[in-house]
Design a protein around this ligand. Structure first.
Ligand code: K7E
Ligand code: CUA
Length: 675
């Protein structure tokens, strides 16, 4: 009896406190059975309450809340107690919100929203001089944009494994690429692709992050040239850009980057080879029909469906790198471009037919196979890298109108697996399974990765419904050379009936699925009221080693170096040079120094503010009325902001972070004398 009482007490503690051991409890029924007798056992209840550990039985809570045994198991699988840590961290695109969402897995708690293409006042992103410069350098032909359409986050890799150092993400709408430094989870650089107008096949990294891919989406003339639709075949182009990344500087080096010209089909998703296929990259195309709508033509979506097959683009990027080094390129819009003609002559560009409107393309963890999803084909098609190499070797090609060699479908395909309607994207786990999203079925299919030479070994295993209209999936490290498995997150576009209604614009629905068992199990629906997710990557949390404060007082987070504008305590002051005024300010709980600033109308003012705090989380904000000034100054950080004091008046500025009991007093006055 003592044993069973002890067991019961333990069970209940586990339920209520969510200890790690509980996650191992495989059956909710067993749990509830274990808890059940407690409701009738007054003595035990009293004894437990006497310890202060267990206020009520889990059975009672479950009954009161109408929870089933399955609900309880699922809840305890995702519960992370306060102060606890998630095992994984997911980086998800925020779509046309232009940010990156950082979410703990399995709790699905939103940890951060990283501003990338859109200014964001809480982070002060896009408001300081340093931050505005990022948006300016990422401008489109000199025009600063304050939005972007983020699609595919890509974590930096070392030997095909996430290394937790950097994150890249593309802006599909404007063909841009951004670099986020994971030491402080902040955007450091945005580059505009000079060749293409919109992108999609990025950000996918080569196994050692030598390059970040950036494939064009909709064909167009090279950057900002004009052409009439009748000139489509001659003047519209596709391209695959390889952005060179320098880890030391933490920057993309546009001067060391290049593109490979592609036919004016629309390029779609891409992935880089690994292991045996390292050095190569693969990209889908669609609309090889080159439909662009207009009078007398079928609408685009019909015109683009006329042919049964589109093409996979196969590029030997190592060879392309050599070709650029040998000077065999054209300088187009200031960046090297290997023309189709050169790419074909050098044997670095091939195409392979793919079934109907392919979308996702994913290389298996061992690098041997390339999995392609055709949106309008119920199969996934698996290509063998070895067979592709053999077909290239054999040299028995057909050619398209641009002279690009086409390998034969039957020579390169390893297997096809029928999964269901609308297959889009595939991820992998550590047990030899692949997972493919089925957009039209609103389901995720689990299927077995087979072996080379045995087409029968590739089989569909099971399907689980998701809610609804799933796009990408993310399995923990599920696109690396060694997936961790465990969880799959289904990134659903529609939520319809899953949550409290909040008006016609519904939240996104991120669904967490347990993939450790015989059958996939839907654990949790996480509503996300931010931009639409496309891709996400999920990394083991212990690979992330961010700073908790900046390394020293006076740090410039954009340069990741000491700031030339840093102000140390005692150095505060105002310097006037004609109508140029520089204010060197410090902030510490609960004071800005100086706290009075005297200006003349028309002055050009630069505020350099250094947060001299060393305590974690002691961030100060800086809000200035009537100006586009809202800064976030994290411990150690120096930020600068320049503005024109164009209106006379008295301006109370204040700290926007509730930093201390005297936070409301953390303010100052700026007096602008009329001219
Ligand atoms: Cu939304 Cu990867 Cu841009 Cu599919 S893409 S969903
Ligand atoms: Cu500093 Cu509030």
């Amino acid at each position: 009896m003592a044993d069973s009482t002890e067991r019961l007490r333990l069970s209940r503690r586990m339920v209520l406190k969510g200890t790690g051991a509980l996650a191992a409890a495989s059956s909710a029924a067993a749990l509830l059975a274990a808890c059940g007798p407690l409701a009738d056992d007054d003595d035990d209840d009293k004894a437990s309450n006497g310890t202060g550990a267990i206020p009520a039985s889990a059975q009672e809570v479950a009954e009161a809340r109408g929870l089933t045994p399955e609900d309880i198991t699922r809840a305890v699988k995702t519960y992370v107690p306060g102060g606890g840590r998630d095992e994984f961290v997911m980086f998800a695109s925020g779509g046309h919100g232009g940010q990156v969402l950082v979410i703990g897995v399995p709790s699905m708690r939103l940890l951060k929203v990283i501003a990338v293409y859109a200014p964001e006042p809480w982070q002060g992103y896009g408001f300081s001089d340093e931050g505005r410069k990022i948006l300016e350098e990422g401008g489109v032909d000199g025009k600063v944009l304050t939005w972007g359409d983020t699609h595919h986050p890509g974590l930096s890799e070392t030997n095909g494994e996430y290394d937790g150092q950097f994150l890249f993400i593309n802006d599909k709408a404007n063909a841009r690429m951004a670099v986020i430094d994971l030491r402080d989870f902040e955007t450091k650089q945005i580059v505009k692709n000079p060749h293409i107008i919109s992108n999609h096949g990025g950000a996918f990294v080569t196994p050692n992050t030598e390059y970040i891919t950036d494939g064009s989406q909709y064909a167009a003339p090279w950057g900002w040239e004009y052409a009439h639709p009748s000139e489509y075949k001659e003047k519209f182009h596709g391209a695959m850009t390889f952005w060179k990344f320098d880890r030391e500087q933490g920057r993309i080096l546009p001067d060391a980057s290049f593109s490979v010209e592609l036919p004016p089909y629309w390029q779609d998703l891409a992935d880089c080879g690994k292991g045996p296929s390292d050095g190569w990259m693969f990209s889908n195309s669609f609309n090889v029909e080159m439909a662009i709508g207009g009078e007398g033509n079928p609408p685009v979506e019909i015109g683009a469906l006329q042919l049964e097959m589109d093409y996979m683009t196969v590029i030997n990027w190592r060879k392309a790198e050599e070709v650029v080094a040998a000077g065999k390129y054209e300088m187009i819009k200031g960046m090297p471009l290997i023309t189709i003609k050169t790419a074909v002559e050098e044997g670095l560009l091939f195409q392979i037919p793919e079934p109907k409107s392919p979308h996702g393309i994913d290389v298996t963890p061992d690098g041997q196979f390339i999995v392609v999803c055709g949106k309008l084909d119920p199969h996934v098609t698996i290509y063998s890298f070895e067979k592709i190499q053999a077909a290239i070797e054999a040299g028995d090609f057909e050619y398209d109108d641009w002279g690009v060699p086409i390998l034969r479908f039957e020579d390169t395909v390893e297997a096809q697996v029928e999964l269901g309607l609308g297959p889009l994207h595939t991820q992998f786990d550590d047990q030899g399974y692949a997972y493919t999203s089925l957009f039209l079925n609103s389901a995720v299919a689990r299927w077995k990765i087979g072996t080379a030479g045995d087409p029968e070994s590739w089989v569909m295993v099971e399907k689980i419904p998701v809610h609804y209209n799933v796009g990408h999936l993310s399995v923990c490290e599920g696109d690396t050379v060694s997936p961790k498995g465990k969880y799959l997150i289904s990134l659903n576009k529609w939520a319809i009936d899953r949550f409290q209604p909040v008006g016609p614009l519904h939240p996104q629905n991120f669904q967490l699925i347990d993939i450790t068992g015989e059958q996939m199990d839907l654990l949790y629906d996480a509503p996300i009221g931010i931009g639409e997710p496309h891709y996400a990557q999920t990394i083991s949390a212990d690979k992330l080693q961010p700073w908790s404060v900046y390394p020293e007082v006076g740090w410039d987070p954009v340069a990741q170096a000491p700031s030339p504008h840093a102000t140390q305590p005692g150095e505060e002051g105002v310097v006037r040079d004609g109508n140029k005024v520089t204010v060197n300010m410090t902030s510490i709980r609960s004071h800005f120094k100086p706290d009075q600033i005297f200006l003349k109308q028309g002055d050009e003012v630069t505020l350099n503010i250094t947060n001299i705090e060393r305590a974690q989380d002691a961030t100060h904000g800086f809000a200035f009325p009537g100006q586009e000034i809202q800064l976030s100054i994290e411990p150690g950080e120096t930020v600068s902001v320049t503005f024109t004091a164009d209106r006379a008046g008295v301006y109370p500025f204040y700290c926007t972070e509730f930093c201390s009991a005297l936070h409301l007093e953390m303010m100052g006055y700026c007096f602008v004398e009329p001219s």
